[in-house]
Design a protein around this ligand. Sequence first.
Ligand SMILES: Cc1cc2nc3c(=O)[nH]c(=O)nc-3n(C[C@H](O)[C@H](O)[C@H](O)COP(=O)(O)OP(=O)(O)OC[C@H]3O[C@@H](n4cnc5c(N)ncnc54)[C@H](O)[C@@H]3O)c2cc1C
Length: 300
Amino acid sequence: MSEHTSFKVGGPARYFIKTESIEDIKDAIQFANERALPHYILGKGTNLLVSDSGYNGIIIQLGKFFSEITNLGNGKIRAKGATPLARLARYTINESLDGLHKLAGIPGSLGGAIYMNAGAYGQDISQTCIEVESIDSAGNLHTRTAAKCAFGYRHSIFQERATSFENAETILSVTFQLTPATQLGKTAKDLEREMQECMTKRRHSQPLSMPNAGSTFKRLDAGAAETPTQIAPGYYIEQAGLKGKRIGGAEVSQVHANFIVNVGDATAADIKALSEYVQKVVAEKFNIQLKREIILLGNF
Ligand SMILES: Cc1cc2nc3c(=O)[nH]c(=O)nc-3n(C[C@H](O)[C@H](O)[C@H](O)COP(=O)(O)OP(=O)(O)OC[C@H]3O[C@@H](n4cnc5c(N)ncnc54)[C@H](O)[C@@H]3O)c2cc1C
């Protein structure tokens, strides 16, 4: 799985199935059920830490068939689950549509972004989402309005469904209602500039040259803080003097304290141990419980 995750760590999956149709997804789940093995839907693996012993089950990834964007007119677009967010953002800029362009620097897929309710620079994917189509483990199709997706900060109903294999759903496509830039007095060039500004901020504030999985911990509840800085886990990690702290090949990034980077030879165990160490130190120093944003897969 080290080849399929942005941390570049993780042992082998027992089976890895790339699906190119809805029938393929159904077959893959049936294949898992017949062998009494668990299955797991993989996006682009950019929010995932897979165990060094790998995953004793079936990894299902959506293939090229599921990377497609359709313009439905009047600011409405539909994209399939494996569409990279970067491609989606670029498409909306080209179509002069406002609402998703600031997500360009998130390296995941649309399915992963909906699952996580990913967001950046004031744009959460849920803000413009109006409908999500998914398929459950029994092969039933579901179409939910955004209101039925239980979106919250880095939360969606798909996380709740995924707690059992029977209920887990694969996100197939998402419909968005975007705003034509002209209605906001903007042009495609303005959207492009805003997107580039976000990308520049990222390049300056994130350790993009080293394998990582984005923010290690979730933002704290706003109520817990007096200033915006104080809801950022990185603030506490830095104040605790943990920037640069290493366990094995895992390091608390020197660039952004809420990122753990793989300095070359990290194991998943190193990364997990370092995240737990950070949680322990921050809890001792500030009485704050950091909650992990990165998802663990496999036995640790
Ligand atoms: C450098 C860097 C910067 C990042 N910046 C941000 C940021 O600014 N904001 C932010 O929110 N995140 C950020 N992330 C984290 C990550 O990119 C997002 O969480 C992204 O949405 C994950 O998408 P993915 O396709 O990689 O999902 P994965 O990591 O593959 O999976 C994440 C979860 O989604 C589920 N999932 C994936 N696809 C589907 C599907 N089709 N159907 C059902 N479930 C699915 C998986 O089962 C898993 O539980 C960053 C990561 C990196 C490496």
